[in-house]
Design a protein around this ligand. Structure first.
Ligand code: F6R
Length: 613
């Protein structure tokens, strides 16, 4: 949420900053701005709305831009204060000399603002960020160095922040500092970069430093010095960037979402090759180092948000069946504000694609404080959440750019499947023959997924027919309850059509009142114990004149007449079926949203990493 960049070097600073912001656009798109330091003047350019507006502002001011040596930039996801130009970053001190960009939330901003106003500081925005400018400026004006002013200023702030700070009189440096919000420094010859996330520096630098909480970096053209908040010099590890520029290209697809949906079979293949090599071989941990004491574990809680929470739902269903252990799942934002029963005999699993979701981070931090064992399942091994992990299970899905999670969901399901099988093998909770059958079906998943993707045209034609509707209901049972919720989430977040998922058996306890010819119902069906009950629920829907669409892995000629449209996936056992049945649901949401002309990769009001609670 919010992306920040900084650059100091010989290249055209404005272009470098805009380019960096472009690759961080998934973090917010309410407004954008840059500040350029040219050894004698500070120029600030801002625009409301999408980044393209800032490109226009900068290009129409091209003649005014001299030859800046450094600059900082920001892309905003509004928290405090509306999405106006006035609230857009960068924010300036009252003398117009100190400027900063911020990602995070300053929780004590009201108290600080009152104090600063009393002292005569004037506020020009409704943001929490502006207090940071003034507290740092107040220290600087007392006569200390910019670096020291930053240290003293940020020590007064509570909440989360990553800042890039510049001063007109110190054009040879940018200061970067963080607490509970990500920040990296990209290193190159005669130039250095600062960014909220790696995509902003991919293809520009090969080496990076991850800044930790409470660290202050003084970034100059030819060197970077990192100290702690007391000023002690730190010897930071310099790491190679593990991604190539390919990962941030659309590869000819219209949207990143479509590209990411299509990447799923290959991701599955890659992960399976590491962990399930054959149906008659034990699950292989590969590079994953599990430091968990399974003997100690009496209960399992899986904590996550949004799509990752749906992966947790599937896991509960499957693991309780495979392992016979109680598995609780909970939205991280709820878990952290109640007296939960997590203790030293608990295994707490945090699932987070980004590893930067504030609620999930707080939850696993609390669990760690209660001596629980913590396993983190994430797509970003370099993210903040791994600090609280005893063990990390990387998803290996590659960087996900589209705001709507697709490939990371499949990778989460696969990770929880193979890990579940591994534990079942260790604890001998599944018979070898059953283990072999599950592994065999897992190995067939990538090809089956390809088959579903090759049916995209058919899915699009069903999506086209749904364009006229204002609301859609999704129903399912068993492990696919999560598919119904995930299908509905995907649709609402990118198309803005009201969509709700229900356990099919719950329909008759209320939601059925919504059904008529204006309310299409998408039924997700898998073979298994509840299939017959699902069909009965579908009959009940049909009897209310609702348009009924099946997304199904079951070949059942007798049922075909029941449905207005059928989206088929290859046959698959019920516990693994969410992985396949979710693909038509992703594509349905995609084609519907695209057909309605929505900005699929950047849905309104959302951002990819939800770094605020
Ligand atoms: C939906 C979506 C969100 C995320 C949620 C958690 O498409 O992407 O619901 O799943 O914000 O994010 P992570 O997994 O990064 O913790």
């Amino acid at each position: 949420m919010c992306g920040i960049v900084g650059y100091i070097g010989n290249n055209a600073v404005a272009d470098v900053l805009l380019d960096g912001l472009k690759s961080l656009e998934y973090r917010g798109y309410d407004s954008a701005g840059i500040a350029l330091n040219d050894n004698g003047g500070l120029d600030v350019f801002k625009a409301g709305g999408k980044l393209n507006n800032l490109f226009e502002v900068v290009s129409s001011n091209a003649l005014k831009i001299k030859k800046p040596t450094s600059g900082i930039g920001h892309i905003r996801w509004a928290t405090h204060g509306k999405a106006t130009i006035q609230n857009a970053h960068p924010h300036l001190s009252n003398d117009g000399k100190l400027v900063l960009v911020h990602n995070g939330i300053i929780e004590n901003y009201k108290e600080l603002k009152a104090e600063l106003e009393q002292e005569g500081f004037v506020f020009n925005s409704q943001t929490d960020t502006e207090v940071a400018v003034h507290v740092i400026d107040r220290e600087y004006r007392k006569g200390c160095s910019l670096e020291q002013a930053v240290r003293q200023g940020v020590s007064l702030l509570s909440g989360a922040f990553a800042f890039c700070i510049m001063h007109k009189d110190e054009a040879d440096c940018i200061i970067a500092v963080r607490k509970n919000a990500p920040l990296i420094i990209g290193l190159s010859d005669d130039e250095n970069y600062i960014a909220s996330d790696i995509p902003a520096v991919i293809g520009k630098v090969k080496k990076i430093i991850y800044l930790n909480d409470g660290e202050v970096a003084v970034v100059r053209k030819n060197n970077v010095e990192v100290t702690d908040l007391s000023g002690n010099l730190l010897n930071k590890k310099v790491e190679e960037i593990g991604f190539n520029p390919e990962v941030i290209s659309k590869h000819g697809y219209k949207h990143f979402m479509l590209k990411e949906i299509n990447e799923q079979p290959d991701i599955l293949r890659k992960v399976l090759a590491q962990h399930i090599k054959a149906s008659d071989l034990p699950v292989n941990l590969g590079q994953v180092k599990l430091k968990l004491d399974w003997q100690r574990i009496e209960n399992i809680s899986i904590i996550a948000c949004g799509t990752s929470l749906h992966a947790a739902m599937v896991t509960k269903y499957v693991w309780e069946n495979w392992l016979g252990l109680p598995v609780q799942i909970e939205a991280a934002s709820e878990y952290i504000y109640r007296k939960n029963t997590t203790g030293k005999n608990s295994l707490v699993i945090g699932i987070s694609q980004s590893g930067e979701t504030a609620d999930t981070i707080t939850a696993v931090k609390q669990a760690k404080e209660k001596s629980a064992q913590v396993l983190i399942v994430t797509n970003r091994e370099d993210s903040s959440i791994v600090r609280y992990a005893d063990s990390v299970l990387p998803l290996e899905a590659g960087i996900e750019i589209s705001v709507a999670a697709t490939k990371s969901y499949s990778a989460q399901l696969l990770a929880m499947y193979w890990l579940g099988l591994y534990v079942a093998e260790q604890k001998k909770t599944l018979q070898p023959a059953e283990l072999g059958k599950i592994k065999q079906e897992m190995l067939e998943l990538p090809a089956k997924m390809e088959e579903v993707l090759s049916n995209a045209e058919n899915i699009k034609s069903v999506a086209d027919k749904l364009q006229a509707y204002k609301s859609v209901i999704y129903i399912a049972r068993g492990s696919n309850q999560a598919s119904a919720l995930e299908g509905a989430l995907k649709l609402k977040e990118i198309s803005y059509i009201n969509a709700n998922g229900y356990a099919a058996g719950e329909l008759k306890h209320g939601p059925i009142a919504l059904l008529d010819e204006n309310m299409p119902v998408i039924a997700v069906l898998a073979q298994g114990e509840t299939y017959a009950k699902m069909l009965s629920n579908c009959e009940e829907v049909k009897a209310r004149n609702a348009k009924l669409i099946a997304v199904t892995s079951v070949k059942d000629k007798h049922a075909d007449n029941l449905f207005d449209d059928i989206l088929r996936v290859p046959e698959i056992r019920e516990d693994l079926s969410p992985l396949l049945l979710n693909i038509p649901l992703q594509l349905l949401a995609y084609y519907l949203a695209d057909g309605l002309g929505r900005e699929v990769d950047q849905p309104r009001n959302l951002a990819k990493s939800v770094t605020v609670e």
